[in-house]
Structures are given as C-alpha cells and as structure tokens.
Write a protein that binds this ligand. Structure first.
Ligand code: 5AD
Ligand code: SF4
Length: 467
C-alpha cells in the first residue's frame, strides 16, 4: 500500500463517523446510489466509489431516491452532458422532498471549466464535485462534504500518481475490469479525452498481475484490461514490457479463463500482439479497432496517424491470422469538412473489412479541441450520411455474425434476461450475445450453447447439456 492509500484508509475511518452522525440526523440507515455514464473506465471507477460508500456505512441501491446520489459523468459527446443536466433537474425535485439528500458529481464532465461554472451558477443544490484525477480522495471528500454546508469543489488539472488499492465493490462476481493505464496522449483532433483524463501513464505490470491474481482468488474468471490506448502500454515505464508481453503474463494466471481488452489504436497494434492473440487459449476472439473515418483527408484532419489503406491491410492481416476473430469499430460521421465522397470511403472500408459490429456516432463539437474551430458540416448532410453508414454497418454485421448460425459455441452466462426471466444472457468469446433458456445457477459459468437463430447483432440459442 502506498502513502496515498494509507492516508485515504484513515479518512475512511473518519468518514464512517460522519456517516454515523448522518444516520442519527436522518433517522434511518443511509442509502446511496451510484449512476455511471460513459465507458468501461468509468464503470470501473464507479466500483471503487461504491466500495468506499459501502465501507463508510452506506447501503447500496439503484434507486435515485437514495440519501446520497452520485453521478459519475462522461463528456465524450455533448449528448452525455445534456443527459446529466436533465437528470440533475429531477434530482433537485427529489432533494426538495428530502432536504438532507446529498448530491455528488464526478468524472470527465467535471474537468471542463464551462461545465463547472454552469453547475455553480444554476445547480447550487449539488453538495460535492470532484474530477477524474482525485477520485482516490473520495473518502476525504466525503468527510469535507459532511463537515460543510456549502458546495465542495475539488478538481485537479492532472495527476501522475496511481492509487488503486482501495475498497472496491464489483458489479459482477465473475468478471472485472482492470486498469492497466490512464489518460491518453494521442490528441485526436475531435476528442476531449486527453484534456479531461490527462497524460498517458501505465501501471507497473507487477501491480496489475497481483490485482488479477487476487481477483482470480475471489472467483473472477473474465477480466478486461482497460486503457484509452492499450497498445501503447508500458511506454513510460522503466520495465522492459509491451502490451503483448503483459497479455502473455496474464494468460499464465490460474483461474482466469477469458481475457479481453479495450481500446486499441490501429497505429500502435503490433505483429507481436497478433501472434500472442493467435496462440492464446484465453484471449477472447474479439478486437475493437476504432476506424473513425475511411477518407485519408479526414483521417489526417483527425490526427489519427494511419491511412485508409493501412487500416484495411491491418484488419485483413488480423482476419487472415485469426480467422474466427470478430472485428468491431467506432465510426464518426460529420467530422468538419467531411463530404459525401469522404463518407463513401468510410463505407468502402466497412464493406472491405466486414465489421461484426460498429458503433456509429454523429460528430459532436467539443470545446477546446482543434476540430471545434474547423468548418462544421450542415446537419442535413450529417443526418443523410449517418443513415447511409448505419445501413451498411447493419448489413455487414448481419453477414459477419450469421456465419456462426447453427454452431455450438461457449458462452459465459452473464445475467438473467430482463424481459424473460426464464432466459439467460450469455456472451461468446467473440463478444456476440446469445439469449437461451437456462437456470440462474449458471450465471458466471461458461457453457456450450447452440446458436439457433441470428437476429442481426445477437443470437437466440439453446443450452447443450450433453457435450
Ligand atoms: N464526437 C463524436 N464521437 C466521438 N468520439 C470521441 N469523440 C467524439 C466526438 N467529439 C467517439 C469515437 C471514440 C468513441 C469512444 O467515441 O468514435 O472511439
Ligand atoms: Fe480520444 Fe483518440 Fe485518445 Fe481515443 S485515442 S481517447 S479517440 S484522443
């Protein structure tokens, strides 16, 4: 445990006393609700925040009527911000009914100065605000919140420390995210992440391996290695390590059956990684490789540092070496200066690579990024091109996914289906979802399932008992 972790453990004891006093004030066991917006990194941060709330004495619920509500925010696109503002209005009305209610905001959106001033000005009922760099100080900030009447704001511009050994409550018993690096140094011209998550820094491999061993001892069978750009893992470390080497080390950990990772940048994906994936029994047959755009002019303006041709070559090389791999991607439509011909290039790549799935986003202007001051595309053109891209994505995805129809594949049973309680949701190694009839005792287990019918991005199937 490092010094920061020791200090925070002490604050946690103090926070327990604060929560005890709060309990006397409100006359019942204090409850808390953590709402996560955005990506897997935020989801993992929320598990840590929940761990601290639980240890401090709060019960945990999904209901926003709770005594403390925390929003862990995202700001990658503007609609994420708008959702938070909308829901804050609702929280305000709940707080009017329960004046002792505590409202906490943290995460990427809070790192933006414009957001902070708006919240201070129009959402004065918020009790505590912190950012992405000082999440580890949550116990200390809780104490400050309980000791003060006004709004507590603590935002750091950057942080080179890595503080990980704090209580965590996992959402799933059988799978977990593991941070291997933080921040991003790529500065794609549309993206706000480097500004709100700071400079890229990797965790020491020994710390990562120890965390995964402890997770395996605790019953976790699937881990997802998390970073904005995992392919450049290790670049700022003194050790002689690459992402591919780290994966090989994780492969040797007993108890871990599946390994996933997010996100890869095409410019840094090495042949070494492809080889390690090919030979691995545990690394899942799935690679998420954000394309963003297919036109060389747009890729250059985006500062992506690869070309349409090099992306296609890379994708086809991966498909050639690992034929059963699923390739998925992110695409942005409507980046400044994008014409119909540029979008034709994007569609061409989608067809040539035949993605198994693609997340398609409309470009969102982010204050402070280079693209925000470029000439924007009119809304009608963006809408028309977005629909064109979506149509091709759906076609190629159905094609790619349906090739497995009729086959028997291993699925990790993840949850009971929300709509039909007799059904389970399983995930194949290639990340495709399959719904099948099964008992909830199977949750957390890997079972063989026959993929009976393809419905575009997912299957319905049946459990094979006698294999
Ligand atoms: N507008 C639209 N989409 C964006 N993304 C990142 N920034 C923006 C933006 N300004 C998308 C990228 C990235 C994914 C996580 O979000 O496609 O890969
Ligand atoms: Fe944003 Fe590019 Fe970094 Fe991804 S790699 S987080 S898109 S700057």
């Amino acid at each position: 445990m490092n010094n920061d972790e020791l200090i925070q453990r002490e604050y946690l004891n103090k926070a327990k006393a604060c929560v005890e006093e709060y309990k006397r004030l409100i006359g019942h066991e204090p409850s808390s609700c953590v709402v996560t917006f955005g990506c897997q990194m935020n989801a993992r941060d929320s598990e840590k925040l929940t761990g601290i709330l639980k240890e401090a004495g709060f019960t945990i619920t999904d209901d926003e009527n709770a005594d403390l509500v925390l929003y862990n925010t995202c700001t990658v696109r503007d609609n994420a911000n708008q959702r938070v503002y909308g829901r804050l209005g609702h929280l305000n009305s709940l707080k009017k009914k329960n004046p002792h209610k505590k409202i906490v905001l943290c995460g990427c959106m809070m790192q933006e100065e414009t957001v902070l001033s708006k919240i201070k000005e129009s959402y004065g009922f918020v009790d505590l605000i912190f950012g992405t760099h000082n999440i580890f100080k949550f116990a200390e900030l809780l104490c400050r919140m309980f000791e003060s009447d006004g709004m507590i704001v603590d935002i750091w511009k950057d942080c080179d420390r890595i503080v990980e050994e704090l209580p965590t409550i996992r959402k799933f018993s059988y799978k977990s995210g593991v941070n291997i690096m933080f921040g991003c140094d790529n500065f794609c011209s549309y993206c706000i992440v480097p500004y709100v998550r700071g400079r890229e820094r990797s965790r020491k491999s020994e710390d990562i391996i120890n965390e995964i061993k402890a997770l395996a001892d605790d019953g976790v069978i699937e881990i997802m290695l998390l970073g904005q750009n995992v392919n450049s893992y290790g670049k700022n470390l003194d050790e002689d390590i690459t992402f591919a080497k780290l994966l090989s080390e994780v492969e040797n950990i007993d108890g871990i059956e599946r390994i996933r990772f997010m996100t890869s940048h095409p410019k840094d994906l090495s042949d070494e990684l492809i080889e390690v994936m090919k030979d691995s029994k545990k690394i899942c047959r799935h690679l998420h490789l954000p394309l963003q755009a297919g036109s060389n002019k747009i890729l250059k303006a985006m500062n992506r540092r690869y070309t349409k041709e090099s992306y296609i070559d890379l994708a086809l090389k991966i498909r050639d070496k690992i034929p059963d791999i699923a390739l998925t991607t992110d695409i942005i439509v409507g980046f400044p200066g994008e014409t119909d011909e540029d979008v034709d290039d994007t569609i061409d790549v989608i067809k040539k690579v035949g993605f198994d799935n693609a997340f398609t986003f409309i470009y969102s202007k982010r204050t402070g990024t280079p693209a925000a001051s470029m000439e924007q595309v009119d809304e009608d053109t963006v809408k028309r091109n977005f629909d064109r891209v979506l149509k091709v994505v759906q076609e190629t995805a159905r094609n790619a996914v349906s090739q497995y129809e009729g086959k028997v594949m291993d699925a990790l049973c993840e949850s009971v289906n929300e709509h039909d309680k007799a059904m389970l949701d399983g995930r194949l190694s290639n990340n495709t979802i399959v719904h099948f009839k099964g008992d909830d005792a199977l949750i957390g287990k890997i079972v063989p399932v026959r993929l009976v019918e393809c419905h575009g991005f997912y299957f319905t199937g049946e459990l094979c008992r006698n294999l």
